[in-house]
Design a protein around this ligand. Sequence first.
Ligand SMILES: [Zn+2]
Length: 83
Amino acid sequence: MTTISYDCQAVLKSLDAYRNGELTSAETEAFAAHLAACRHCLCVEQHEQALLERLRATCRDCCPEALRQRILTLCDDPKCRGD
Ligand SMILES: [Zn+2]
């Protein structure tokens, strides 16, 4: 059995698949393990989740890719990383 490991780039790319339940159970486990260990990715995930929820309620037609880019920019703020 291969051990799957996610780096930051892989995690950020797989956020949608993770949220949609499209990852295998091994992938989901590796993904969650990375989020638990990486404040940066956790921050992105939480920001994105919160924004998506707000967006879903107010603006169904916004472009998700543009939104993602904004969130990634927001999360480059050192305050957000907490270290
Ligand atoms: Zn990370």
